[in-house]
Each structure stands twice: as structure tokens, then as C-alpha cells.
Design a protein around this ligand. Structure first.
Ligand SMILES: Cc1cc2nc3c(=O)[nH]c(=O)nc-3n(C[C@H](O)[C@H](O)[C@H](O)COP(=O)(O)OP(=O)(O)OC[C@H]3O[C@@H](n4cnc5c(N)ncnc54)[C@H](O)[C@@H]3O)c2cc1C
Length: 422
């Protein structure tokens, strides 16, 4: 009898897994099915650029079908619940999909409904997000009419996907306002629940000083309790108030609700897995890969990419009854747009925080770590092509899967140990 692999989510991780495993699993022995709610694959990093007119929606979306190989059955449907004891998934409408092995790759989504007042009368009038295609397009329209006042960029809580995206938006907004001749008429405020600009100390110091240089006010340790839409004010649990004219918020991010309904999630609906193998801590035939898992790494496409590389070999060993020999290290590699055609790059993992240096070739680069350069910005722009043409089809990238210390400089004053929050 055919063995059945079922993948939930045809986003970044699910698509790469379908491509890589279809090449490695015999078609005569294994059926592969992948489920998603629609046929539109978004390049989510592109959402950052839509408000500033750098990309159009057409440049950041493609049909999911286009990236799925032959002999992978693509089912369009909304996952309702997993019954792990019976090894089956039920879709909304009642269709059942039995499996021998399940991969949960359903990602994480912004949840404005989780903060009182966010979805009130000001939603998409003066309160916007850019973590969705709709939100980003609505924000583009709002920015066109914004010519003075208080622009507040806000993170509701961590973890969020792409934890540097709010900083990037802030830097790009500063540069864009300067270009429009409006910067003097706009107060730019960055509101974060973290004690500083980022989760890791060395990067936090560097990025924090970039905010200072741009005269961006930082409100740290701010945990929003509610938003008052009438007075247009963010109110924190410790009763601090931050008024805004235009609020760009990153709502609380949560895993899919079906994960909670299936009894597989933590309080934010993330699936508990072993952080090195990505195998469920409870079920020996369930893995979670990408943003859907609870691993203490950044929720990012780069992390999904490196994790998938480790997962694929582990999966083949696991189904053959052998011990899994691959060990994911939490490797993340993220460009940070800083405006004016420049950007930074950070490269880190579970144990090593972002450090200065060169990447991928020591001393040569061409990318520089934790330093603003034009090459880093061009790398970020090139990434859209790489995503569609190399990453999603599951082709090999010429960069190491596990983080390397080659080219990195360890400052003498740091332990280079990251905080556990990210
Ligand atoms: C503004 C922004 C900028 C970003 N910039 C970067 C960047 O520069 N670098 C970087 O590495 N990462 C970046 N990211 C993060 C990156 O896009 C994600 O981390 C990555 O896509 C995660 O992949 P995933 O497969 O885990 O989840 P996703 O790609 O989100 O895929 C999850 C899939 O599951 C499907 N799904 C969920 N629930 C259900 C259900 N009930 N039924 C059916 N289908 C369901 C969804 O439709 C979706 O297609 C950015 C994200 C945003 C929002």
C-alpha cells in the first residue's frame, strides 16, 4: 500500500518540502498531498515595499500551482482539525485526508482581533498593518495623503515573523518622508515591547543608534493593553499613553487556530517540537516546520529554508526507521533595509547572536554583517528573484545550511549568547 505524506500549508516551508521530498520519495511508494486555503502564494517580504511604491501587488504574488511539482496533489481547502490519534485531517466542509506522516507548515498570522480597540472604527482609517497584502496596500493609500503629524510604528508583542520588519519600515518611512520634503512635519515614533531596538544585544545597540541618528523617538518596554480609537491613543498595561495620527502596527502574531483545536498548540497556537529535529514532542509521525513550530528561532523565511534542508534528510531517515542525524541550529539570515538604497545583514542562530563581519566569504563578502552598505540593499532586492526561482522550487543555494563563524568578529565585551525571547 502507498504511504501518505500530508503537508498542511503551501507557503514558504510547505512548498520547499513538497519539491525536495518529491525528488527523494519514490512515486510508486509515496503519495504527497499539500493543502492550502487558496491558490495565491505571496512573497511576504515584498509587503514591506508596497506602501512606498517600490513593488506592485503583481510582483509579490504568484499561483501556488506554479511552484508545486508533478505527482504532488494540491488540495485547496481550509484545514479544520487534525485528529492525531486517528492520523487524519478534516477540512472545513467535511473532507477527510488520512496520512501516515504529517507536516504542519501553516505559518503564523497577524491577529488584530487580539488587542481591544485595534479593529475598531479607526482600523484601516488611521490604524494599519503591513503584514498582509490588503493591509500593505491600504497603508500605501494612507501614506499618499499623510503630510504631517505623529507616525507611530508599533509592535504589539513578540514573537512576530521577520522581527526586523518593523525597524525596516521605520527606516524606509524616514527616508521616504525626507524625499517627499515632509520629514520636518512628521514626528516618527517606534514603540516596542522589547527593552531596545532588537532582541539581541549587539544588533540592538547598532540598530538603536541608527534610530537615534534619524531622530526617531523610541518607546521601549511598551506592552499595549488597548487602543482607544476615539482619542487615537495606544494605552499600555502600566498606563502609559502614546497618541498617534497614523498608526502602523504589527498585531500579535499567532499560529493557525486549527492547531489549537487539534490540541497541538501552546498559548499562541505554535506546535511543540524538538528544536533540532522538528519532530513533534508528542506524536512520532508529526513534524512542524517554519513559523508554525515553537522553536526559539526567528520566524523568518530564511529559518524555514535552512530548517527544511535539515528536515528533509531527517525525514528520510525517520521513515526508514533510522535515528535522525541532522540537527537544526536555528540559523537565520536576514537583510535589514535602512533607507536611501542601503541595508544591513544579520546572520545568527540559537547560540550565537548577530555579529559584525563579512558574508558569505570571510573578509571579501560581498555582504557586510551589521553594517549599512549598498550591496546589502541590492542583496535584499535580488532576494525576490531568488525566492521564486531557487528557494521555492527547492534548488540548492550556495550558502551553508548551518551557521558558520567564518568571517564573523566576536567583540571582546560580549558572551554572544542570544536572549531566549527570540
Ligand atoms: C512584512 C514581512 C516581511 C518579511 N520579510 C522577511 C525577510 O526579509 N526575510 C525572511 O527570511 N522572512 C521574512 N518574512 C517572513 C517570512 O515571509 C515567513 O517567515 C515565511 O513565509 C514562513 O514560512 P511558512 O511556510 O512557515 O509560513 P507561510 O509562508 O506563511 O505559509 C503558511 C501557509 O499556511 C496556510 N494556512 C494557514 N492556515 C491554514 C488553514 N487553516 N487551512 C489551509 N491553509 C492554511 C496559509 O495560507 C499559508 O499559505 C517577512 C514577513 C512579512 C509579513
Amino acid at each position: 500500500m502507498q504511504k501518505r505524506l500530508l503537508v498542511l500549508g503551501a507557503g514558504t516551508a510547505g512548498t520547499m518540502i513538497a519539491n525536495k521530498l518529491r525528488r527523494r520519495l519514490d512515486v510508486g511508494t509515496w503519495d504527497i498531498t499539500i493543502v492550502d486555503r487558496d491558490d495565491v502564494h505571496p512573497y511576504q517580504p515584498g509587503y514591506l515595499f508596497l506602501p512606498f511604491g517600490t513593488y506592485s501587488p503583481k510582483q509579490v504574488t504568484r499561483s501556488r500551482h506554479r511552484f508545486l511539482p508533478d505527482h504532488v496533489d494540491f488540495v485547496i481547502g481550509e484545514v479544520d482539525v487534525i485528529d492525531p490519534a486517528a492520523s487524519k485531517v478534516t477540512l472545513v466542509g467535511g473532507r477527510e485526508l488520512p496520512y501516515d506522516y504529517l507536516v504542519i507548515a501553516s505559518g503564523t498570522s497577524p491577529r488584530p482581533d487580539q488587542t481591544p480597540g485595534m479593529l475598531g472604527a479607526e482600523w484601516r482609517r488611521s490604524i494599519f498593518d503591513f503584514f498582509t497584502l490588503d493591509g500593505s496596500m491600504a497603508l500605501a493609500e494612507a501614506l499618499r495623503h499623510f503630510d504631517h503629524g505623529r507616525l507611530v510604528v508599533h509592535i504589539a508583542d513578540m514573537p512576530i515573523k521577520c522581527p526586523v520588519a518593523p525597524l525596516e519600515f521605520t527606516f524606509l518611512a524616514d527616508a521616504w518622508l525626507r524625499k517627499q520634503g515632509l520629514r520636518d512635519r512628521v514626528e516618527l515614533v517606534y514603540v516596542t515591547p522589547l527593552p531596545g531596538a532588537f532582541t539581541k544585544p549587539i544588533a540592538s545597540e547598532r540598530l538603536g543608534s541608527m534610530l537615534d541618528d534619524r531622530k526617531i523617538v523610541v518607546e521601549a518596554d511598551f506592552l499595549v493593553e488597548h487602543i482607544d480609537p476615539e482619542t487615537k491613543t495606544l494605552v499600555s498595561y502600566d498606563e502609559r499613553e502614546i497618541p498617534f495620527d497614523l498608526l502602523v502596527t504589527i498585531p500579535i502574531n499567532m499560529g493557525a487556530d486549527f492547531v489549537a483545536r487539534s490540541g497541538l498548540g501552546d498559548e499562541l497556537n505554535y506546535v511543540a517540537v524538538d528544536k533540532h529535529t522538528l519532530l513533534s514532542k508528542v506524536w512520532p509521525n508529526i513534524f512542524a516546520v517554519g513559523d508554525a513550530s515553537d522553536i526559539p528561532a526567528s520566524k523568518a523565511g530564511s529559518v524555514a529554508h535552512f530548517a527544511v534542508d535539515i528536515f528533509v534528510d531527517n525525514f528520510l531517515e525517520h521513515v526508514a526507521g533510522k535515528p535522525m542525524t541532522g540537527s537544526f541550529d536555528g540559523h537565520a539570515n536576514c537583510f535589514i533595509e535602512s533607507g536611501d538604497g542601503k541595508g544591513l545583514l544579520i546572520d545568527f542562530n540559537y547560540d550565537t547572536e548577530p555579529l559584525p563581519g563579512s558574508y558569505p566569504v570571510p573578509y571579501i563578502g560581498p555582504m557586510k554583517l551589521l553594517k549599512e552598505t549598498r550591496a546589502n540593499h541590492l542583496g535584499k532586492l535580488a532576494f525576490r528573484w531568488i525566492y521564486w526561482n531557487i528557494l521555492l522550487p527547492g534548488r540548492r543555494m550556495p550558502v551553508p545550511t548551518l551557521m558558520s563563524m567564518a568571517g564573523k568578529t566576536v567583540p571582546t565585551t560580549t558572551s554572544s549568547t542570544p536572549s531566549p525571547t527570540d
